[in-house]
Design a protein around this ligand. Structure first.
Ligand code: IVH
Length: 679
């Protein structure tokens, strides 16, 4: 279908509106009411139809379309914006006496009035302000220094609990403020994935939420499953809002914001203290981190009477929970070997109760962590649990150091296979270099290969993979494809988990089905260091097949968006190994997909024979989309301008180096509009 054709666009406009309304409704039901009306499959089909239409008719795509939830727009920088209303912070305290003083002072200042308080959770994330005009989200800005913040609208649009358009009745112009938090479940899943591909895990959900809002690729932000917790509404003069803070939040909920249920109206200090006590105990059962309780005077007309101090209002205060800390003996250290050979020391501690759970183990991170803390054998370690779920070792309780204790000597050999450990320059971790002979590394690679986002052979869990490995049947991922039914049946009898006829069949069927898994997932499944799902997709798209990747040098590899020099180095190294060459040959023989199947636009090959360099940002497409569009229409995308370039497709903020080179070589420039006119 042409991009700009003379045919009537009305039917497309109607269908786009219809799809957008339906998807908005389904999103609302899912994220606000925890209710799915349709299957994931049906939802994806609707979304894909809308994406396709918007790609065909970019002039009809709304900036608030639900497709923006999936991301795809690339942001090079986040412009600084001055807040219309400064974002104040709150006075805070760890002392319950100071809360009593706050309450007594407020009562004194308002002595002739009846009033109440709202008590809410103090969400531990990143504060943002959302401006809505005429029921539409126009801008999302981080708190920054309170006066100036970063415009992160593109990423905010991917957060499902931030409504893009409002429902029912709403003020014509207002700002909703709240905290973007990273709930524990998706945070843990993301960290596990990061570790899987050899990346440093994020330290805590707050830092990760903050980093997510600043991601250049909004599609990446969309995957993070962030949550917006609204805690404040304000409007310019002349626009009225409900009288109490509590009602304002209820009002926001009717407009489509997801209100956290843990808000109480309290009449006096005893109710406030009961709320604080309750959440000090219960905070560990929440799905996200909080670091305290916020108490606000509920009647908003009293806020002016109470006024502000230099930087915070006198009508609110935050009570902060203390991080809980205990001291407990270090019993021993386990050294775990990961899939990539990285060694992680883990402390076995005398079990101790901390923040609602019993702590028995905590990471010691790496050799530097142990030596910087100067941990000795038999030491009592200080373990702390703040807003996060994972306990952290924060120091040594020196008063309890046993006489004659000596510093921990870090291991020099792999605890699993005995190989001497190496510590590559510039890296913090020790690694076992025996990639092909070290059991946990082999099993780790197999587990990664069969995992859901990779080959999805879910019938082979870790125990079964161990059985197969220990029986000498599977040593590498290619061996899975040689498995025979009779080899499987009866396996596992010694451990009471015998594989029967039926399980053998399901295992073999899942292995067979994995041959249809698309190339980019096969590439991810290989477990090349630093090549996560996103990088694998980009590599597959860029190179098209495994041979092109295998023969690319580090410079070629680093041309791919988001592939940095260390990833490029890791990929080149992986493919240079003869063992991996044999492995790939066997996977090819087994019938795995080792090339990308392109859905090209067979009718329209307008760009055939042209080599186009794409630079800058575009208003109708993300850069990846425009590249895909070029390739789908027969063109070739190159990453640097050379004499072979036909056009430089120059978006906004095109790289000056590329412009200079194009000028020097006489390569014509194309604007986005000119490009669209080619069709
Ligand atoms: S009210 C003028 N309510 O805590 C009142 N803040 O310094 C504005 N926070 O950066 C804040 N949960 O981001 C409020 N329920 C809540 C909150 C909350 C977390 C954050 C906020 C601010 C900091 C207070």
């Amino acid at each position: 279908m042409d991009l700009f054709s003379s045919i009537d666009v009305e039917p497309a406009r109607r269908r786009i509106d219809e799809l957008a309304a339906r998807i908005d409704h389904l999103n609302y039901e899912y994220y606000m009411n925890d209710h799915s009306e349709v299957s994931d499959f049906e939802f994806d089909a609707l979304l894909r139809e809308l994406q396709d239409l918007e790609r065909q008719y970019p002039q009809l795509a709304s900036p608030l379309s639900p497709t923006k939830r999936v991301g795809g727009e690339v942001n090079k920088s986040f412009p600084q914006v001055t807040h219309r209303f400064p974002m104040l912070s709150l006075g805070n305290t760890y002392s319950i006496e100071e809360i009593e003083e706050f309450e007594a002072r407020t009562r004194r200042l308002l002595d002739d009035t009846t009033f109440s308080y709202t008590c809410e959770l103090k969400y531990d994330g990143v504060a943002i302000g959302l401006t809505y005009r005429h029921g539409r989200l126009v801008q999302a800005v981080t708190r920054g220094n309170g006066t100036v913040g970063d415009d992160i609208t593109i990423n905010a649009k991917t957060i499902p609990t931030i409504p893009l358009t409002l429902r029912g009745d709403y003020p014509d112009d207002f700002e909703a403020r709240g905290e973007v938090v990273y709930p524990f479940a998706p945070f843990d899943a993301m960290n596990a994935q990061r570790e899987d591909i050899g990346l440093e895990p994020f330290a805590n959900p707050r830092n990760a939420a903050s980093g997510s809002l600043k991601l250049q690729d909004s599609a990446e932000c969309a995957k993070r499953k962030l949550l917006f917790c609204i805690y404040f509404m304000m409007a310019p003069d002349g626009i009225s809002l409900p009288d109490t803070h509590y009602q304002r939040l209820q009002y926001a909920s009717q407009m489509g914001f997801r209100l956290q249920p843990h808000i109480r109206e309290c009449r006096d200090i005893s109710e406030i203290k009961a709320f604080i006590d309750y959440w000090d105990r219960e905070r560990w059962n929440l799905p996200y981190a909080i670091d305290g309780i916020v108490i606000k005077v509920n009647q908003t007309h009293l806020w002016e009477r109470l006024g502000l101090t230099s930087k915070s209002p006198r009508w609110a205060i935050a009570f902060k929970f203390k991080a809980q800390r205990v001291s407990t003996p270090l019993l021993s250290i386990d050294y775990q070997v990961g899939r990539t050979g990285v060694i992680t020391p883990v402390a076995n501690l005398a079990p101790v109760h901390l923040g609602g759970t019993t702590v028995r183990r905590a990471t010691l991170v790496n050799a530097d962590f142990i030596s910087n803390m100067d941990i000795h054998s038999g030491d009592y370690l200080l373990v702390e649990k703040g807003g996060e779920i994972i306990p952290k070792i924060v120091g040594v309780d020196l008063e309890q150091r046993p006489a004659g204790a000596s510093p921990i000597q870090y291991i020099t050999h792999c605890p699993e296979c005995g190989s001497p450990l190496v510590r590559p320059e510039g890296e913090a971790a020790h690694r076992c270099p025996n990639t092909d002979g070290c059991r946990p590394q082999i099993l780790g690679r197999l587990e990664h290969f069969v995992s859901r986002h990779a080959m999805d052979i879910s019938t082979l869990g870790p125990e079964r993979l161990q059985l197969l490995y220990d029986a000498g049947l599977v040593h590498n991922v290619a061996d899975l494809y040689d498995l025979q039914r009779n080899q499987l049946i009866g396996l596992g009898t010694e451990v009471g988990a015998t594989i029967q006829d039926k399980s053998a069949d399901t295992i073999l069927a899942a292995i067979e089905a994995s041959k249809q898994v698309p190339f980019h997932r096969v590439l991810f499944a290989l477990g090349i260091r630093y090549v996560g799902e996103v990088a694998a997709k980009k590599l597959a798209r860029h190179f098209g097949n495994i041979e092109n990747i295998a023969t690319a040098d580090t410079l070629d590899l680093a041309q791919v968006p988001d592939i940095g020099p260390s990833t490029a180095e890791a990929i080149a190294q992986w493919f240079s190994s003869p063992i991996h060459g044999v492995l790939l040959q066997r996977l090819r023989t087994a019938g795995l997909k080792l090339s990308e199947q392109r859905t090209t636009n067979a009718e329209n090959q307008t760009l055939s024979g042209l080599t186009i360099v794409v630079s800058g940002t575009f208003s109708h497409f993300s850069r990846d989309e425009i590249k895909a569009h070029i390739e789908d229409h027969g063109g070739r995308v190159a990453s640097s301008v050379s004499s072979k370039t036909s056009y430089l497709l120059a978006g906004e903020k095109t790289g000056p180096e590329k412009l200079r080179k194009a000028e020097k070589l006489g390569i014509p420039l194309l604007t986005e509009e000119e490009y669209l006119k080619l069709f």
